[in-house]
Design a binder for this molecule. Structure first.
Ligand code: PEP
Ligand code: MN
Length: 336
């Protein structure tokens, strides 16, 4: 059972919250659009009589299991500030682009150069790769993180990379502006809890077998540990269809936007597994209300060490950005 304190800045109510906090109950507060504070109490058995608190008007129950993630506690969209000129959420669509894996300094620099030039605002690149086969390229590890930071600084782009292991959270947070938790770790609850304690924003990808409700519960694990800066990413789910790598669940976008204040982005690259589908799926994602896209790119996809078949070459990425530009008028958001 979770109890929600009715929105109020009433000093009496604040006194009650202080009493509960001092008795070891965790509380979380967020501001609503009218400036009031709503507080959720992490309590299963608060004995209101014991603390001499009147339950009545101040407290009521909510059945929403992902209350911190939901709009019940925060009715304005969360905007995540990454740098002076890049924020995710709000009225700008961000394009996160870069290679699946960081392979070398030349590859990363070449890719960063062309994605930046075409209008991407955040640079991606995998250093710790979750590969199906243990014999496949596993990523460059810390050396890759260093290359990513260098390229991000060179092209003035915040960077994002995936963490696979809780042990690597400190080093990934040191080098990366956003920490990505991949589809395969979407329900790795110990990793989620630890990611809730870091100071960096977290991009959480939807697991391929994870329902929307479960996805929101996974986000709640991060928020409940104190990290409110979470970006959700729809990247396709497993279905019976074999023409695509996964099936992009486009309805997840408006559903998530209705249920949560967190920004929602779409990764059409891992959804489709095919570069030819990236443009239409990207347009559909923006039309459905996504706050951004994550696109895999490579200066020479035929030589890529992972996911070359779904990576865009420089000319195709340029073309994509040109096709997306006029959508700005329809969705009333700035792109890039
Ligand atoms: C990735 O973005 O590099 C990745 C592995 O994606 P996903 O976790 O969605 O499969
Ligand atoms: Mn990939």
């Amino acid at each position: 059972m979770i109890l929600l304190l009715q929105e109020n800045n009433n000093p009496d109510i604040q006194k009650s919250i202080d009493i509960l906090e001092n008795s070891g109950h965790r509380t979380y507060s967020m501001q609503t659009s009218n400036g009031n504070i709503r507080t959720v109490l992490d309590i299963s058995e608060v004995d209101f009589k014991k603390y001499n608190i009147q339950s009545g008007y101040s407290f009521f129950k909510t059945d929403i299991p992902y209350v911190l993630t939901s709009k019940t506690i925060k009715d304005t969209g969360t905007v995540i500030h990454l740098s002076n000129d890049v924020s995710i959420g709000g009225d700008t669509i961000n394009i996160i682009a870069g290679p699946c894996s960081i392979e070398s300094e030349i590859q990363l620099t070449e890719t960063a150069r062309f994605v930046k030039k075409a209008g991407a605002s955040v640079l991606r690149g995998g250093a710790f790769k979750p590969r199906t086969s243990p014999y496949a390229f596993q990523g460059m590890g810390i050396e890759g993180l260093k290359l990513l930071r260098k390229a991000g600084d060179q092209f003035n782009m915040p960077v994002i990379t995936e963490v696979l292991d809780t042990d690597d959270l400190p080093v990934v947070s040191e080098y990366s502006d956003i920490v990505q938790i991949g589809a395969r770790n979407c329900q790795n609850f110990s990793l989620l809890k630890k990611a809730g304690k870091i100071k960096r924003p977290v991009l959480l990808k939807r697991g391929m077998m994870v329902t929307i409700q479960e996805f929101l519960m996974s986000a709640e694990y991060i928020l409940s540990e104190g990290n409110m800066n979470v970006i959700l990413c729809e990247r396709g789910i497993r279905t019976f269809e074999t023409e695509t790598r996964n099936t992009l669940d486009i309805s997840a976008v408006p559903l998530l936007k209705q249920k949560t204040h967190l920004p929602v982005i779409v990764d059409p690259s891992h959804a489709a597994g095919n570069w030819k589908l990236i443009q239409p799926l990207s347009m559909a994602a923006l039309a459905a209300g996504a706050d951004g896209l994550m696109i895999e790119c490579h200066h020479d996809p035929s030589a890529a060490m992972s996911d070359g078949g779904q990576s865009l070459r420089p000319d195709k990425f340029n073309q994509l950005m040109q096709r997306l530009a006029p959508m700005s008028l329809v969705i009333d958001k700035k792109i890039g």
